[in-house]
Design a protein around this ligand. Structure first.
Ligand code: PLP
Length: 406
């Protein structure tokens, strides 16, 4: 035993998070228990991560078996589980090959490197630029946070990585204007990196017409269109991929959150024509190890076996109907709701007198876990296995939480 230092604070964990005074110790399905043995309905799911809910029996068994067989080896060798998961992703998406890493930020870092190499090699650009959207979120590592169009994430960490330009999300005219301005004296832009629906930035669905226009402008110039599907990928929206909601096919996409059902994995998926990586260009020690890929493979097969896309569509509709009903009942407080499938946001009015964080705190009292998406949007991202009675319970608890604030 290490004796605690006499002057130690109550926590030895670095203070990078604002944490709720809630300590979670157990989970099952859509429910989690705190250290007082109180049960909470979990509409956060590790932020859109625990696809199959907590402690899923099939995932538990598959991972236990994997731990007994082989947990980790180096990418110096062939890894059958990695090959299998890559095969599944390729067979079920627009992509032709996959690079595995460990998080959303890392997947975007890989995408940024791919984009820059494409810019140098295919478009002959000296200092390639990547266009991203304002209010976007791409992760916290230095290049990913530089790509993030929210100044509050940059403050204190300047200088940012150069080579990112921003345009207002869903503004096709502004995009075209920026692109033309950048490309005025010859090729300058390597890629566009964009979320099909902005999660962190306020549950903002992409406009299909704008995305199709961006797709066309990129195709005309051999600029890569890269979708950050870290939050929306793997069935969250009712289709396997977010790009299917928009009728737009990207050249590459990044995944992480839902892919491992709560286990650590990220991925960059690319189409053959966009794959400029060669041996030695990129690597990860842990990326795509047998354990992580077994988690991904199990989530993938359970999505199909349990027909979870159908469940997301039905439960998403039920959730959206219920939220719209709340909006009708409290028109002075709620501005509306928006989202796709089981990624929904309840939008507060500026004038309601409380913030999304206040709603999240009030919901805690009702033993409902929610997460803000910006100052005025309450985000709901429950496990994809959620049932009709649990959606009803979510709505009842949310209603009571709102009444406490009114
Ligand atoms: C969460 C998120 C990330 C960052 O993922 P991490 O695993 O936290 O690095 C990147 N992009 C989007 C769209 C996200 O929602």
């Amino acid at each position: 035993m290490v004796e605690p230092k006499a002057d130690s604070k109550s926590t030895a964990v670095m203070g990078t998070y604002n944490r709720f005074p809630l300590s979670l110790v157990k989970g099952r399905g859509c429910w989690v228990w705190d250290d007082q043995n109180r049960r909470h309905l979990d509409a956060v799911a590790g932020i859109a991560t625990c696809t199959l809910g907590h402690s899923d029996r099939v995932l538990r068994r598959a991972l236990t078996r994997q731990l007994r067989t082989l947990q980790h080896v180096s990418n110096l060798y062939q890894i059958p589980e990695q090959e299998q998961l890559a095969q599944w992703l390729v067979a079920n998406s627009c992509a032709d090959s996959v690079f595995f890493c460990n998080s959303g930020a890392e997947a975007n870092e890989a995408a940024i490197k791919l984009a820059r190499k494409h810019g140098h090699q295919r478009r002959g650009i000296d200092r390639p630029v990547i266009i991203t959207a304002s209010a976007s979120f791409h992760g916290r590592t230095l290049a990913a946070v530089s790509a993030t169009g929210q100044p509050r994430y940059h403050q204190g960490f300047e200088p940012m990585v150069e080579g990112f330009e921003f345009f207002p999300y869903n503004d096709g005219d502004a995009f075209e204007q920026l692109l033309m301005q950048l490309e005025h004296n010859g090729p300058k832009v390597a890629a566009v990196l964009i979320e099909p629906l902005q999660g962190e930035g306020g549950v903002n669905p992409g406009d299909p017409a704008v995305m199709q226009r961006i797709r066309k402008l990129c195709s005309e110039r051999d600029i890569l269109l890269i979708f950050d599907e870290v939050q929306v990928g793997m069935g969250r929206t009712g289709t396997l991929w977010g790009y299917q909601q928009l009728g737009v096919t990207p050249d590459a996409l990044t995944l992480a959150k839902g892919l491992g059902g709560g286990h650590v994995i990220g991925a960059l998926l690319v189409s053959e024509h966009a794959d400029v990586f060669e041996p030695g260009d990129h690597a990860s020690t842990f990326g795509g190890n047998p354990f992580a890929c077994r988690a991904g493979l199990t989530v993938a097969s359970e999505l199909q076996r349990r027909d979870l896309l159908k469940n997301v569509q039905m439960r998403g509709q039920q959730l959206q109907d219920g939220l719209n009903h709340l909006v009708e009942r409290y028109p002075d407080h709620l501005a509306g709701c928006r989202g796709w499938g089981l990624l929904q946001g309840l939008v507060l009015r500026d004038t309601c007198g409380y913030s999304a964080a206040d709603v999240v705190k009030a919901a805690l009292e009702e033993q409902l876990l929610l997460v803000p998406a910006g100052a005025a949007v309450v985000r709901m991202v429950p496990p994809l296995v959620i049932g009709p009675r649990e959606i009803q319970s979510l709505l009842t608890r949310l209603d009571r939480a709102l009444q406490h604030l009114m």
